[in-house]
Design a protein around this ligand. Structure first.
Ligand SMILES: [Zn+2]
Length: 160
């Protein structure tokens, strides 16, 4: 940090701003290193201040519009976050349920798949052959898939 070493500094600065230079002060500013530097700095700052720099600032209306748009996007993302979390959870639960049901009811699935394969023993798969637990889990899976599809549909619509 520069310290004020010259006692004439304040007068020199005032002379810079007013443009009135008494002869003893002009001589001092020319010979004193601190004051000479201050005068050069003052002149440089004046040149910079009055230089014709093109101001390529965007239209304030455009800035306001973009800010509104960004704020709306942030609010939308915040609002949709719980829906996205539910979607991910429902996909995981559905896949897990389908996998567990497949493991649990593999013999029935094997028979059912055999029914669709020509040349193998034909056995028909019906809902009446299923246990209530299996039917309940199947309905829960279908329900979760349906909810997930609906939420995905709304999420896609809200992005447009
Ligand atoms: Zn000085």
């Amino acid at each position: 940090m520069k310290m004020n070493l010259c006692p004439q500094e304040e007068r020199v600065l005032q002379a810079c701003s007013t443009g009135e230079w008494p002869e003893p002060l002009r001589t001092h500013a020319a010979t004193c290193p601190e004051c000479a530097e201050m005068v050069r700095t003052y002149q440089w700052m004046q040149e910079q201040a009055y230089q014709d720099i093109p101001h390529n600032l965007p239209d304030p209306g455009m800035i306001w519009w973009k800010a509104q748009l960004m704020q709306r996007e942030i609010l939308e993302q915040k609002a949709i976050r719980p829906v996205q979390t539910f979607q991910r959870a429902s996909v995981v639960v559905t896949l897990l349920a389908v996998f567990l049901i497949g493991l649990w009811r593999w013999p029935h699935l094997e028979k059912w798949l055999g029914a669709w394969t020509p040349g193998l023993e034909r056995s028909w798969w019906t809902l009446t052959n299923l246990s209530p637990v299996f039917t309940t889990l199947m309905l829960i899976s279908v329900g979760l898939i349906a909810v997930s599809v609906v939420l995905t549909f709304f999420a896609v619509l809200s992005e447009d």
